[in-house]
Design a protein around this ligand. Structure first.
Ligand code: MN3
Length: 199
């Protein structure tokens, strides 16, 4: 069964004025769709290699799988991590875990934004739960799959590829990530992701 591009959980213009309609539409319909297509192509190539027994291109195909598969997974989480009227602060178990692992929400926020703004080139800022270590970690992610800590389950992801913000924010990446944190994050979704990662 081939992977499908999931529908956005809101209208293209629902995140205005913080995330503009044109960027959301292109980002979802063109960029995210491209990763879904690339993932399906990589999976087809792997099936063909198993059928033929010819693994001559395995290195290139596995690289495509990592890139497009991670791109699809991150974008799917990214759309759900935002909502109209988002932002503010987390509550409940998520707030308690952030306080425990980062000291305070304010300290977490500064850490997450600094890491995300500092990603070299195209990539993501990620907050994830490490199952083995039972702790939240902030990591930078280059492209869609590099620099991660193995064992982390992402629960909040912020896209800082230029396609994610350039039409509206141009080179001002911190303005985009600041708007994401202060006005777009759906903390209920992040809390749900943490609960699922812990179970
Ligand atoms: Mn993107």
């Amino acid at each position: 069964m081939a992977h499908q591009l999931p529908d956005l959980p809101y209208a293209y213009d629902a995140l205005e004025p913080y995330y503009d309609k044109q960027t959301v539409e292109l980002h979802h319909d063109k960029h995210h769709a491209g990763y879904v297509k690339g993932l399906n192509t990589a999976l087809e190539k792997l099936e063909a290699a198993r059928t033929s027994g010819d693994f001559g291109a395995i290195k290139a195909i596995e690289k495509e799988l990592a890139f497009h598969g991670s791109g699809h997974a991150l974008h799917t989480m990214f759309w759900n991590n935002m909502k109209p009227g988002g932002g503010g602060e987390p509550t409940g178990a998520l707030k308690d875990q952030i306080d425990k692992d980062f000291g305070s929400f304010d300290a977490f926020k500064k850490h997450f934004l600094a890491a995300t703004n500092g990603v070299e080139g195209s990539g993501w800022g990620i907050l994830g739960w490490h199952r083995e270590w039972q702790t939240l970690l902030v990591t930078q992610c280059e492209i869609h799959q590099n620099l991660t800590v193995q064992g982390i389950v992402p629960i909040l992801v912020c896209d800082v590829w230029e396609h994610a913000y350039y039409l509206k924010y141009q080179n001002k990446r911190p303005e985009w990530t600041g708007a994401f944190m202060d006005n777009l994050v759906n903390w209920d979704d992040v809390a749900k992701n943490l609960e699922a990662a812990k179970s």
